[in-house]
Design a protein around this ligand. Structure first.
Ligand SMILES: [Zn+2]
Length: 477
């Protein structure tokens, strides 16, 4: 992003703009001095001094003019509004008092319009998709953390107050803190998913070739230079470097970025519809009275957290198997056995991991007669066997000639062990329908390397997951 040339600033080139700048600067100086003298009036005075200093700097300076300053202003103005609204003395908002916050806010608004104008004037050449993305993300964050709580607070007096309210009387600062901590927790989980995706890229290409996974230092395949740690951040580095090696400018395959994004999607979407909702998508799981990030994570509900991680690992494993299949590789035996034992033992050992019973959807009443651990073991065995059989049958369905789908039975087995036999049927039916639709409607024109049967299975399983409970209630007979 380059500095916006001066001649594009209407407030510099026109006389009217010049007068506005002088007026704003003069007002901010006087108002700032006034509040500086009256500092003992409390926090409000400090905020006013800072706000006027901001107005003064932006009115006389041209540093960061344009999109960057617009972003700073959009973030700062609501903060000033919130801080001033906290001092609920009437005189703060009285339009008759010179140097009242009303005028300072008006000045900030004028500056906001000015920078918005500069951005529009500077035209399309200064605005790249990267800038737009950064601004959109910035605005969304500002809206979520600042603007919405501010509007909420302004509307508060006009609302009917419920008599019993759990977390009542949060001040706007507390709302801001709660929101920012929620957002941070979500960001940590989502970016953790991107890191897992990055790891899957390495694991899927190294493990079948008997190369070490964890100890390998990453290097550019073209120039051989080792990749710096700062250039190895999932998603961010790809975006920052424009998808090219820093040293030799060789393009980095976009598949790396895609898998990191899918990893992030898995962890972030499961976070939203499974973890935060208290496993609302899981059939047979008990219902928590309180849900949300605070009640699920900060007052940790281990059963939900356990299920969340189990399912994240399940979908990540399926994704890794699909990646290997895309490269015509096979998962090594140690990895397959490790995954089978890992999923089976967690489902059998922890009662809350799989809440679907073998007897569900069958008229025969098993509960009460069969001990719980036996039910779980039977569930695991039947799910795994059905998955394997179904996968073997599905292997014969090909999207194209001579396409490998050797990992399909194993992927279905993992699904059956972890989600139960009922889920194998619903996911399997969706898979069969989709692959047959693709076969007849243009699926053959899609890129051979990308759309393999196992890749399709990962996508169907992820899409099926939020509707799992809903679907299982529909098919019970
Ligand atoms: Zn290179």
């Amino acid at each position: 992003m380059s500095e916006v040339p001066k001649h594009e600033d209407q407030f510099d080139s026109s006389l009217c703009g010049e007068y506005t700048r002088i007026l704003l600067a003069g007002f901010a100086t006087c108002s700032g001095l006034f509040w500086l003298v009256h500092l003992m009036l409390g926090t409000g005075a400090v905020v006013m001094v800072i706000a006027n200093a901001i107005v003064l700097t932006i009115a006389i300076g041209s540093r960061f003019a344009g999109i960057r300053r617009l972003a700073i202003l959009t973030l700062l103005t609501p903060i000033v509004v919130i801080l001033l609204a906290q001092q609920d003395t009437q005189s703060w908002w009285s339009p008759r008092v010179m140097f009242s916050p009303t005028y300072t806010l008006l000045a900030l608004l004028v500056l906001l319009i000015r920078d918005g104008w500069i951005v529009i004037q500077s035209g399309s050449k200064a605005i790249t998709p990267k800038t737009v993305l950064a601004v959109v993300i910035g605005l969304a964050l500002a809206a979520y953390m600042i603007v919405i709580p501010a509007i909420d607070m302004v509307l508060e007096p006009f609302r009917d107050r419920p008599t019993s309210y759990v977390m009542e009387d949060l001040t706007s600062w507390e709302i801001l803190r709660v929101r920012s901590s929620k957002l941070t927790v979500f960001a940590v989980f989502a970016y953790g998913g991107a890191c897992v995706g990055s790891f899957l890229n390495v694991a899927a290409s190294s493990a079948p070739r008997r190369q070490p996974i964890a100890l390998r230092s990453s290097a550019c395949p073209k120039c051989g230079k080792s990749i710096r740690r700062i250039d190895n951040l999932p998603i961010i580095s790809y975006w920052w470097l424009g998808g090219r090696c820093r040293d030799c400018q060789a393009p980095i395959p976009i598949r790396y970025l895609f898998i990191e994004l899918i990893g992030m999607t898995i962890f972030a979407s499961l976070f939203l519809f499974e973890l935060v909702t208290g496993a609302a998508n899981i059939p047979g799981f008990f219902h928590y009275h309180y849900t949300g990030i605070i009640w699920m994570i900060l007052y940790t509900k281990w059963p939900v957290v356990g299920i969340y991680f189990l399912h994240c690992i399940l979908f990540s494993s399926l994704l890794m198997l699909a990646l290997m299949e895309q490269d015509h590789l096979q998962a090594p035996r140690w990895m397959k056995i490790g995954l089978l034992i890992g999923f089976a033992s967690s489902v059998i050992a922890v009662p809350t991991m799989l809440t679907v019973s073998v007897g569900d959807q069958i008229p025969v009443q098993l509960s009460g007669t069969v001990p719980e651990w036996l039910d779980r073991t039977a569930n695991c065995l039947i799910g795994g066997l059905l998955g394997w059989t179904f996968g073997r049958l599905c292997s014969s369905v090909r999207l194209r000639w001579r396409q490998s789908s050797k990992s399909l039975p194993f992927s279905f087995t993992l699904l059956g062990i972890t989600l139960g036999w009922q889920a194998v049927l619903t996911i399997g039916v969706f898979w069969l329908v989709t692959i047959n639709l693709l076969k007849h409607f243009g699926g053959r024109h899609l890129r051979r390397q990308w759309l393999t049967p196992a890749t399709l299975l990962v996508l169907i399983a992820i899409l099926h997951h939020p509707a799992w409970k809903w679907l299982s209630e529909r098919i019970s007979w």
